[in-house]
Ligand binder design. Sequence first.
Ligand SMILES: [Zn+2]
Length: 322
Amino acid sequence: MIKWEAHACLPLHPQADFAPIERFHAAGVNYVSINIGMDMNPLPQVMAVIAGFRATIAAQPGRYLLAANVQDIRDAAAAGKLAIGFDLEGALPLLEQPEMVALYKSLGVRQMHLAYNRNNSVAGGCHDTEQGLTALGRRIVSAINGAGVLMDCSHTGRRCSLDIMAASKQPVIFSHSNPLALVEHGRNVTDEQIRGIAATGGVVCVSGVSKFLGTNTPDADAVARHAAYVADLVGVPHAGIGLDISFAQAGLNDDPPGDYDPAYWWPRSAGYDRSPIARSAYPPIDSWQVLDAALQRTGMTPDEAALVMGGNMMRVAAQVWG
Ligand SMILES: [Zn+2]
């Protein structure tokens, strides 16, 4: 059984310590998608992070593998290694050039979304006025499909996410989003959005972030309850896990340079105070060890729990990555 963690956040700093990533591996995870930038991070920062993370991975070939396809993930698991991919949260680091998608792919980016909470020239964000996918956005969705990168709609506005699902010729995912029907929050997704993902053949990976889970003490049972909601609504093949745990590290400041304003990206009107890292609780990484049992307590069979923990994302990645 492959266990797939669809989203984790190290400090966006080239010298970030991979110890937390090692703990995912110790907890049984086989593949983890690591964030390498968001819309508020300028290109020099994103490139430095990619270079630093690639160097860390390359320096420990006995531990890590930058996965290009699902066979790499199976091979890494068989060899006792952790497979890693990168994800980009927003289209601004594409510099309005669809050709940038394939370049990021060649650097290890395996999943991408087009807006981070706020609108941009490509897509609408979930904490902004409604904006559909722009003409440039359609070209970028096409480039993401063409490059074999997972099309991700987390942080995207509702109308725009439905536009992306309609435009994409490949399955679309939410890598870290929770059902709005369980917790009312602008970052959470409607039943219509969840049905839209399922219609593309994609997966809704639920997060472990306290605010979006609706509990101050997130744990495997709370995560399983949200995954079970998705499974009950659209079927087990469309539920997954992306805990979205953010790891701050002492001495590493990963704030974007310049006039960066956290209150713009995480607006108080949407219930944030300062950055999400400062105000969120996450389930322990070890939750991965008890998630199987927690999913089965919701009524899933062992086979169904295995699909939610990784089998479903393996299916989608096999189709999208090629
Ligand atoms: Zn995110």
